[in-house]
Design a protein around this ligand. Structure first.
Ligand code: SAM
Length: 380
């Protein structure tokens, strides 16, 4: 870490990046920096409420690949490597449970490894191969009047996949605007009810716009529009409970966006108080979600930041608060073995550098993220 005498002479934004450069991930910094400053990549989430078959065949014709196919290919390679008994320890660790000790609270956090990332059969996400320069065209309206696909940062798909959605689930997207991840959850065609919440009224309108542009009330089809509810509450005050899955995609320093956009940048001096209070707000949102979720249910915490404080730091603070103030029992899900199947699509940070979650790192060839996500299950 650079001495504070030097740090204080540079702008908050540069200071933040310099701090990151001197963090344990710094050996990848040059590649991350090039990625962050380079052209970000998108994936196309096929809209099941539009002309999905035709859209998929057009995209395949253009050279795009279904992410499920890439995940399945990797699963096949993993199987082969296992059969040859090579790199066995990467895929089958000696134990699927371990405990992380917390010196300050004397508590221990139970961790369970997960070996499979379920890719819902109706979810189709298209991407271009690593080094491809190809881009998706803007989405177009089809015969039902809705857009044929939704473009999003590929990294944003992993927190939703990590939720492990199943048919009939009641889902809360606590900080939902503009609604990309809610839409992705809906496109699995699994949930029975999706509540998309955001504290900002103007940003709630953005979710409504997205839903109007992408959802369509079929008579016979899956999730009816009325089963998608929009609410405008501070996530920390939501009273409705009984959720099977909660996504807590918190407000954060939005690192890639902050580098490119000056308007209302979170690093500008007038927003310093807000920026410094972010981890506290993030902890409160996650703590509340862990209380709201059903017994046996799952909470996924996510950010689009590289900041260790906003990522593992917040998870650590929320877990400690749960341990100190409630009788709730939480298990941290270590998705490392499951995420091996995503290795041809995403550049993930070495798990040894993260305590609780996983981090998609930007780089020129797989220029998604940053996306941090951590899966937590309420046992009791
Ligand atoms: N999940 C969204 C998506 O994938 O499209 C992006 C969410 S964005 C990172 C964070 C959102 O949190 C913002 O829309 C912001 O208005 C909202 N927010 C900030 N504070 C909140 C709070 N206390 N409760 C609920 N939402 C909040």
């Amino acid at each position: 870490m650079l001495p504070y005498s030097i740090l204080k002479r540079i702008s908050p934004k540069t200071r933040y990046l310099v701090r990151y450069k001197h963090s344990p991930e710094h050996w990848k910094w040059d590649s991350i920096r090039k990625g962050l400053l380079g052209k970000r990549k998108y994936v196309a989430v096929i809209n099941n409420y539009g002309d999905s078959e035709e859209t998929m065949s057009n995209l395949e014709h253009m050279g795009a690949i279904n992410m499920r196919t890439l995940f399945n290919l990797e699963k096949g390679y993993i199987q082969e490597e296992l059969e040859k008994n090579k790199r066995k320890e990467d895929f089958i660790p000696e134990s699927s449970h371990y405990r992380l000790y917390d010196n300050e609270s004397q508590s221990g956090f139970k961790v369970e490894k997960e070996y499979d990332l379920h890719f819902p059969e109706n979810l189709n996400i298209y991407c271009y191969e690593g080094d491809s320069e190809s881009d998706f065209d803007s989405p177009k309206r089809g015969s039902t009047g809705v857009f044929n696909y939704y473009l999003m940062d590929g990294g944003s798909t992993l927190p939703v996949l990590a939720l492990g959605l199943k048919p009939g689930h009641k889902v809360l997207d606590m900080c939902a605007s503009p609604g990309g991840k809610s839409l992705l959850a809906i496109q699995t065609l699994y949930p029975d009810c999706v509540v998309s919440n955001d504290v900002s009224n103007s940003r709630l309108n953005r979710i409504q716009n997205v839903f109007d542009q992408f959802l369509y009330d079929f008579d016979e089809k899956w999730l009816k529009k009325e089963r998608v509810k929009l609410t405008n509450i501070d996530g920390r005050c939501i009273m409705e409970d009984n959720f099977d899955r909660i996504l807590v995609d918190v407000p954060c320093t939005t690192d890639r966006h902050s580098l490119h956009e000056n308007d209302n940048n979170i690093f500008k001096p007038s927003r310093i108080k807000e920026r410094l209070q972010l981890p506290e707000l993030q902890r409160e949102l996650l703590f509340h979600a862990l209380k709201l979720v059903k017994k046996g249910g799952v909470v996924v915490y996510s950010t689009c930041s590289l900041s260790p404080i906003q990522n593992d730091g917040v998870v650590h603070m929320a877990l400690r608060q749960i341990w100190e103030e409630t009788n709730i029992e939480i298990v941290i899900k270590d998705l490392t073995p499951a995420l091996i199947q995503s290795r041809s699509v995403f550049e993930l940070a070495d798990k040894k550098l993260l305590k609780f979650g996983h981090l998609v790192l930007p780089c020129l060839s797989q220029n998604y993220g940053p996306t941090y996500f951590c899966k937590l299950q309420k046992i009791n």
